[in-house]
Design a protein around this ligand. Sequence first.
Ligand SMILES: Nc1nc2c(c(=O)[nH]1)N[C@H]1C(S)=C(S)[C@@H](COP(=O)(O)O)O[C@H]1N2
Ligand SMILES: [Mo]
Length: 224
Amino acid sequence: MAPARLYRLVLVVAIVIVGAVYLADLAQDRSATRLPSAEIAAYEGQPLTPIEGIRENSIKGPQQVDIGTYHLTVSGLVTKPQNYTYQEVLDRFPHYEKVVTLHCVEGWDATLLWQGVLVSDLLNSSVPDDQGSIVIFQAADGYTTSFPRSYFTDRPILLAYQVNNLTLPAERGYPFALVAEDKWGYKWIRWVTGIEVSDDTGYRGYWEQRGYAPDGDLNRSFFG
Ligand SMILES: Nc1nc2c(c(=O)[nH]1)N[C@H]1C(S)=C(S)[C@@H](COP(=O)(O)O)O[C@H]1N2
Ligand SMILES: [Mo]
């Protein structure tokens, strides 16, 4: 075969293969749109707070996050920085659920069923450095808050995508809200966009800069 014809043949075969792989990929993407299930009122006999009744007190009001462009990053002092889409977070990590009560410093509380992935699983996927003793969370409204990394390695802490069996409404932090068990409400960051591993033990988040205790432990006063 003449070299020119052979070249054309190879080119045509290559285009056909690339095209077939692309079409097979398209055909596989049958990810269904999630329909919200009905809100539940109790869990194993424990009454839950209806989400409609919860006070909305965020610094800039509920954020409208565009899920088409949304990413959750895991970055900072890590070996493998990550940049997940919403669906990747739901698909790649095991799901857990737990009833946890949020207590706001303003004096109200809400007992809710939270469904989410484990922050420890997200962190492990990035392989944090040993000196990364702090984890800073960032949100779509510019809000931040931080924790010792041990908080997430010692116990199963959820990054929630559902509350009371409903996909998180915008007011509750869609797409992801931190269920900061045993911490005051200001540690329960909503509209989470980033998880950063850091060695900055002096880091202070939004309310922490304004005088609230950095650890935010419920069994202690929230005044820094
Ligand atoms: N991004 C962001 N997260 C936030 C806040 C905020 O202003 N912005 N407010 C915090 C405070 S002070 C409280 S009490 C809880 C309230 O959470 P809820 O409305 O889901 O009960 O959200 C916390 N998370
Ligand atoms: Mo709060």
